[in-house]
Design a protein around this ligand. Structure first.
Ligand code: MG
Length: 352
């Protein structure tokens, strides 16, 4: 008896994204993000995934592309798009880390499963009709004048919640500028690991006076647990870890040392591990924010499917773009709305 095997066919191409404004964080400023689009074809259907590699997650577009080349030329993806966990296990066995590359495969498989079943991923997860948090909009690091301009633009669009990047020698001026324009808008800040413990404690007191909600990644990625402990004990504001937490193992390690964690598909390696990270974070009493990289509506919409599981959303990657190549979750009065009538992720290319 012969068994017909239909292989998962993989292809990939660069996805160069341009931001509307240069986007500054404590590591540097950039106007483009070199992401990679992955397509998985099976039985005439195509699943889409996006990799958003960055150096501060120990990846580059080159490392991701070389893995995609390797995976496309091998049998590692197998012949069953429903075997998501088995595929991810094989990828993890073949190479450690490289999670934005793995996330692209995970996204494309989830998209394909939805398309094969002709159902939105929201129904496959069983998340329909669950409430989701408002998403914030990020004001990147810039001169005080440009921060003023960006804040005015953000308020004019109607963004209801701001995230403010910190990690400069004029952090207070940035917050003062924004608070001058928007005294009551909820603000959270992200230092991307730029502060020492002493600096973070002093800034936390100032930020608490400015009615900031919480501080994301004040300390460096590999700061010792004792530093987090000292900071948490002295800070009037909740402390969240982002760069220091990638997988569920990292979440367990930080239990008791921070108040919350930031989950991103580019760090977890996709939706499957993101759900494990969220469950581990819940079990350890953490607050959870779902964040993103500079990503098109493809990666953002994939993440938006997990929005019902978290406390805060920071899924503004596509809102920062000058020209989004994909159509997916739409910003509507504070919320990211996914079109649940579309199968899979619910994402379409704008270049049809
Ligand atoms: Mg962050």
């Amino acid at each position: 008896m012969s068994v017909k095997t239909i292989k998962l066919n993989m292809s990939y191409e660069p996805l160069i994204l341009t931001t509307a404004h240069p986007f500054g964080i404590s590591y540097g400023t950039s106007s483009t993000s070199s992401n990679i689009l992955v397509r998985l074809q099976f039985e005439g259907l195509t699943g889409l995934g996006e990799a958003s590699p960055t150096r501060y997650h120990d990846e580059t577009p080159e490392t991701a592309s070389s893995l995609f080349k390797l995976w496309a030329e091998s049998d590692i993806l197998g012949d069953d798009p429903f075997a998501i966990e088995a595929v991810l296990k094989r990828l993890d066995k073949s190479v450690s880390g490289n999670r934005s590359a793995k996330a692209a495969i995970d996204m494309a498989l989830h998209d394909l499963v939805g398309k094969l079943l002709d159902r939105s991923l929201v129904d496959i997860f069983g998340f329909r009709d669950l409430p989701v948090p408002i998403t914030d909009f990020t004001i990147g690091i810039d001169s005080a004048e440009t921060v003023e301009l960006k804040t005015k633009e953000a308020l004019a669009v109607g963004y209801k919640h701001l995230k403010v990047k910190q990690g400069t020698d004029y952090d207070r001026e940035i917050i003062d500028t924004i608070r001058g324009l928007a005294p009551d808008i909820p603000i959270r800040v992200d230092a991307n690991g730029a502060w020492t413990v002493k600096e973070a404690i002093s800034k936390a007191h100032y930020l608490a006076e400015q009615n900031v909600e919480f501080i994301e990644q004040p300390l460096p990625k590999y700061a010792p647990l004792s530093d987090w402990q000292v900071l948490r004990a002295a800070s009037p504001l909740p402390i969240y870890a982002d760069e220091s937490v990638s997988t569920s193992i990292d979440v367990a390690r930080l239990a008791g040392y921070v108040d919350g964690v930031v989950v991103k598909l580019a760090k977890t390696g996709g939706l499957a591990e993101a759900r494990r990270v969220i469950n581990t974070a819940r079990a350890n009493n953490f607050k959870i924010m779902f964040g993103c990289m500079i990503e098109s509506s493809l990666g953002i919409t994939a993440a938006a499917h997990l929005a019902p599981l978290v406390d805060h959303l920071d899924l503004d990657g596509a809102l920062l773009l000058a020209d989004d190549p994909f159509e997916g979750a739409v910003y509507d009065d504070g919320y990211l709305k996914v079109d649940y009538s579309l199968p899979g992720l619910g994402v379409r290319s704008r270049k049809q």
